[in-house]
Design a protein around this ligand. Sequence first.
Ligand code: KIV
Length: 260
Amino acid sequence: MFLPQLLAKATKGEKLVALTCYDASFARLMVRCGIDILLVGDSLGMTVQGHLTTLPVTLEHMLYHTEAVARGASGAAFILADLPFGSYQASPEQAFAASARLLAAGANMVKLEGGAFLAPTIRFLVERGVPVCGHLGLLPQSVNRTGYAPQGRDVASANRLLEDAETLAQSGAELLVLESIPTVLAEKVTQRLTIPTIGIGAGPHCNGQVLVLQDLLGLTPKPPRFARDFLTGARSLEDAIVNYARAVREGLFPGPEHSV
Ligand code: KIV
């Protein structure tokens, strides 16, 4: 699936349903379950590789998993792939070289973490045919600076995030992930922007939601507060994923108990 088809869904007011995906068999299953966006997240450093952070994930790792997911999805889903730490921050040229390899591996869009400092990079990528998703709020690649605490909880940082969101969109980002920020702030960002927002721990007002697959399957030892185990009580993996997609589309997930 290409970006225009995805954006058309959001324009019609449909909630976008995203889930992290790291291999071909889950990609096939997620396509069957009607997941709109398969996110090859660098969270694979934690969920698949067993690291404590996403920082050890390399571009080669991301290429390996993106290729596997693309083979499983066979063109039937939108594939969003993370640019891993250290593959895009140094310069727009570095970001383009890494993005080109991810697109060749089967990604339809790349995601990078950070605010206004990325504006020139985003412009550089978009002008060269690379669709870009921004990522604001809790930035796992910045864990050494911020820890895993929710972001945007005071007026100054909320205003900064709002400005960053506008800058990313003006620079050409066409999707924006908002992670672990207050519901009211995510609502404000979503109202202010014309590009879709995808929330994780950001309340119900975003244009779509994303979850880490292992959180949805109840496999994470200490899951974040915003996660929900959809497997407990379901009859199968397929049911769990279908129930998640339905809950997002019907506005039943996330509830207030999953929000900052
Ligand atoms: O890597 C990832 O799984 C992500 C989500 C937390 C949005 O970026």
